[in-house]
Design a binder for this molecule. Structure first.
Ligand code: ZN
Length: 174
């Protein structure tokens, strides 16, 4: 496995559909703590495993009410709709208004392999939907209008160029 570091726009892993976790072992628990460390270091409120280069359906979220860790999360019910401007650790300095469900029902596994069923609404529901999007290769820019896309185009290109450079250096070092 290559180093666990924050992956930014332009890294192909962010566009891949992540794999379902079939076995929860010390590897997944270690990954969860690495994810938390990287999320807090970057002052994020949510992180999905592909954002640190790991192709697994694992997310963490902390909107100030404690750390929630979910393996194989699935949104099984959605209700209402709401729009809010969102940012993303993989897209620094980019903000896009995103329509999402106000209330969700979600199921997943915790690190002790127990089934977790939650009904969540408001901001936390939004952040979870954002992270689940990452597991499907979806980014906030996919919700951008043409007008918004024109405004963020240069910024996106800059991030993608930087990512390309980082990946080239990493591949040479192998
Ligand atoms: Zn994100």
């Amino acid at each position: 496995m290559s180093s666990l570091r924050l992956r930014r726009y332009g890294d192909p892993i962010l566009r891949r559909k992540a794999k379902w976790v079939e076995r929860i072992s010390s590897e997944e628990r270690g990954l969860l703590s690495s994810m938390a460390k990287i999320m807090y270091e970057n002052e994020g409120i949510g992180l999905a495993a592909p954002q640190i280069g790991v192709d697994k359906r694992i997310i963490i979220v902390d909107t100030g009410k404690g750390l929630l860790k979910l393996i194989n999360p699935q949104v099984i019910e959605e209700e209402g709709e709401d729009s809010l401007s969102e940012g993303c650790l993989s897209l620094p300095e980019i903000f896009v208004p995103v329509n999402r469900a106000k209330k969700i029902r979600i199921e997943g596994l915790n690190e002790d392999k127990k089934l977790v069923k939650l009904r969540i609404e408001g901001f936390l529901a939004r952040v979870i939907q954002h992270e689940v999007d990452h597991l499907n290769g979806v980014l906030i820019i996919d919700y951008a209008t043409e007008k918004r896309m024109r405004r963020i185009k240069d910024n996106l290109e800059r991030i993608a160029n930087h990512t390309k450079m980082v990946l080239e250096i990493e591949n040479k070092g192998r």
